[in-house]
Design a protein around this ligand. Structure first.
Ligand SMILES: *Cc1c(COP(=O)(O)O)cnc(C)c1O
Length: 425
């Protein structure tokens, strides 16, 4: 199977004439079409809402597009909450799914009227002292052990730091009821980047059964069930993409099977997808600036792991298209590297690609989620710009590239004079 960039060579040549590489480019059309498909998949559930995981892509222009498509925000830090508010997303359009939460963040989430999703039973008292216990509250569940779905695919919630045990969530509901909570939700995130139409339905069944038991044993009024994130994308060209309509239908079936007969046919479903909402609709545009022939063949590009960390951090595959050479044979084996003094700064290892010439534009696919957002400043590397490709083909700069001033701004306390004039002509 072929993986095609969402821009053509001709379009990209025009874009790079305006914005110097490297930069992340986002596809507004793709974002909107996918968001509409997600809504359609869960349209059978009247209360359905997608709370976009802000950590995946924290650009306000993106949050606003998703807001227009009916999404709220899933936040887990103070600044993510601030950004949501800045985009006019407040109140119960924010899900605060944090963990190891500082006091002031609970207080701010409560101030904004966000739905608080408690990661731990001990956070009940902590929240009570920092913002107070709201009427509507959610608890995060972790069943422990291994979680298996599809054809033997599994993940290890037992090793994950998140959520409450089965015993704890029952106890937490009772304590919260005692402290005045009236409307309840449950949440779980049990597997990451699942490329399987079975993850959500299997997770939903587990949570629905838990909801029925919680209702029976505690009498709690359960209003929503949050399937969180974890729906993956095909980073590799040979992977079969998830079919969100099938996923929605699979969840509907277990909803009818488990929740409706238990008198819970009014429960709203929420999701907190990040990767599925944005991953494929962003790419990192970079240029080949060096070739090196030593024990291996290297292509050095003008982006580095500071712009996209997943390959370096997880050994993750990101597809690469050499623009304008799509039809040429992939008969050269390259390591595609960035400039960090860190040997894992490689976007690809032993990748078969067409012959790359200096100046060629490379599109590194699927950087729309957990791409720019994971960026960092190691080696004093500056974070890139973000550019939005609009539906009419025009572009909009939605974040400028960092400058040395941004990097050194926090050194103001030292009184050291940075020689900006040396590099600013
Ligand atoms: C990271 C995260 C998400 C989004 O995960 P994706 O895999 O990007 O869909 C959702 N909810 C919470 C609480 C998260 O930490």
């Amino acid at each position: 199977m072929e993986k095609k960039p969402f821009v053509t060579k001709e379009q990209l040549d025009q874009i790079v004439a305006r914005y110097p590489t490297p930069f992340h480019l986002y596809d507004e059309k793709g974002i909107r079409e996918n968001a509409r498909l997600v809504r359609k998949a869960f349209a059978w559930n009247p209360g359905y809402k997608e709370y976009f995981a802000v950590k995946a892509n924290a650009n306000p222009a993106i949050l606003q597009i998703l807001k227009e498509e009916g999404c709220g925000c899933d936040c887990s830090s103070l600044t993510e909450l601030m950004l949501s508010k800045a985009c006019g997303i407040t109140g119960e359009d924010i899900m605060f799914s944090s963990n190891d939460t500082p006091a002031e963040e609970f207080a701010y989430a409560r101030k904004l009227g966000a739905i608080v999703n408690l990661d731990d039973i001990t956070h009940i008292d902590f929240l009570e002292q920092n913002g107070g216990i709201p009427e509507t509250i959610s608890c995060r569940y972790n069943p422990g052990g291994v979680f298996e779905f599809g054809n033997g695919i599994m993940d290890n919630p037992g090793d994950a730091k998140y959520g409450m045990t089965t015993e704890q969530i029952f106890k937490a509901f009772r304590i919260l009821q005692g402290k005045g909570a009236k409307k309840f939700g449950i949440h779980a995130f049990l597997a990451s980047n699942t490329v399987s139409n079975d993850y959500y339905p299997t997770l939903a069944k587990r949570l629905f059964e838990l909801a029925v038991e919680l209702k029976e044993k505690t009498g709690a009024d359960i209003r929503f069930i949050n399937l969180s994130g974890g729906v993956g994308i095909p980073y590799r060209p040979d992977q079969e993409p998830n079919d969100i309509l099938k996923i929605g239908e699979g969840v509907r079936q277990v909803y009818e099977e488990v929740l409706v007969p238990a008198g819970l046919g009014h429960v709203a479903l929420y999701t907190e997808m990040g990767r599925f909402m944005m991953g494929p609709y962003g790419c990192l545009v970079t240029r080949a600036i060096h070739e090196k022939h030593t024990y291996k063949e290297y292509i050095g590009v003008d982006a580095c792991a500071a712009n996209l960390m997943r390959p370096a951090m997880y050994g993750a595959y990101h597809h690469i298209t050499v623009m304008g050479k799509e039809g040429e044979p992939c008969d050269h084996k390259y390591d595609v590297t960035g400039s960090l003094c860190e040997n894992n700064d490689k976007f690809a290892v032993d990748r078969m690609l067409p012959k790359i010439d200096m100046g060629d534009l490379l599109v590194i696919h699927d950087s729309g989620a957990h791409g720019f957002a994971m960026g960092y400043n190691y080696n004093g590397r500056l974070r890139s710009a973000e550019v939005l490709l609009r539906e009419d083909g025009s572009t909009r700069l939605i974040r400028r590239a960092e400058t040395p001033h941004d990097l050194f701004a926090t050194l103001d306390v030292t009184g050291v004079q940075i020689p900006y004039e040396d590099v600013e002509g």
